[in-house]
Design a protein. Sequence first.
Length: 201
Amino acid sequence: MRIEDYFDDNDVFAEDKKFILKKLSENDKEDFMKLQMDVSSIKKAYEINDFYEFSWSSFLHDKDLNLSLFSKDTGVYLGRLMLKNLSADKQEIGIDIVEDYRRKGIGSAAVCLLMKHAKEVSGADWFEIRIYSDNIASINMFKKLGAVEADCEDSEFIKIMKVMEKSLRKDEIERSKRKYSDLFGREEGRKILLFNLKALD
């Protein structure tokens, strides 16, 4: 399946009476990056201009689908959705909603719109979602849509630390844990939960 197959001539992925999902574009940069910084666990890194610009470019030119979500009535930017692994048996869904629009049913409606169109284009019946174990609102939203937990894995931070521990001395690891105790404390108990979600008819 080609990425172009998902969009119409105006770069619209899908729309309904309330929402429009469009291909990420240069016009979305400010809203998109503001949301990215809001949801990121490495906010300070975005203060580095090169990191900020590199991140934006990597999202804009990603091989996966990065979509902007807008209100159809007002044109207001509401969030972003991602559709990854387009050639896999289970495409992966990601979603972030702007804080002022959370807990209003927008996320659920946007995910349903995304799944419906993805199923029409690719025939995908199942989707996968990865959610941090402390993101209770997102877990509950996807469970209400019928998602079932299938597995869990370490957070990216823990995965990186496990690799680094192989090359660091024990005293270096302990020094880092003391210096960044708040980060280690938060991340050590965090997992990524994997859910499977059947496409809605």
